[in-house]
Design a binder for this molecule. Sequence first.
Ligand SMILES: *Cc1c(COP(=O)(O)O)cnc(C)c1O
Length: 223
Amino acid sequence: MSSSIKERITTIRSSLPDSVRLIAVTKQVSCEVMRSAYAAGLRDFAESRIQEATSKQVELQDLTDITWHFIGHLQSNKAKKALSQFSWIHSVDNLQLAQRLNQLAQELKVSPQVCLQVKILVDPNKSGWSATQLLADLPALNQCENLKIQGLMTIPPAGLDDAEIARVFNRTRELAQEIQRQNWSNIKMQHLSMGMSGDYKLAVQAGATMVRLGTILFGDRSV
Ligand SMILES: *Cc1c(COP(=O)(O)O)cnc(C)c1O
């Protein structure tokens, strides 16, 4: 079991450019398997539920050099926990949440790295800014000085073909470039968190700097 995880990690790692950060999505993955992934060299782990993450973080607290990433929809009543338990939040998906995180970050004296989640296509199943909304919210986001805004995150809608998915990723990169050109003092656009098991190759081609992989590393969670 652990050797097959190691092999999968090695194969995928070697297929990615060195500059792309491989983030292991460990929702519904046991701590035992996470330890195998750690032993195989992974240090970036992502969870989408605070409660599940909390118990794992306790159980894995001896692995002190893990970087924890939060990638799920964050309710504002969980914002404080997210800040104290995660160094990265990829899924900041609206201005109110960003402002709440900013205020709490000041109280907790933390400076989380965050990505702004965008929806390039209309998608009722996902949260996130539309490109137009995001551009309008940039002045307010720039004032969230306790957040280290590092880039954009996106998840394409289900059911697209490869060409359409590639277009979503390319549009996301272009939006990041457009924001970068505006030279905000507190908004960096150095990272693109995009690509999951089914589409990470397209994401990397489009310029992803972080891919979030679950199934391809750990198998299908639904069985
Ligand atoms: C579950 C999840 C992933 C990983 O998806 P896989 O298809 O299993 O690789 C990536 N990003 C987010 C936001 C997720 O919820």
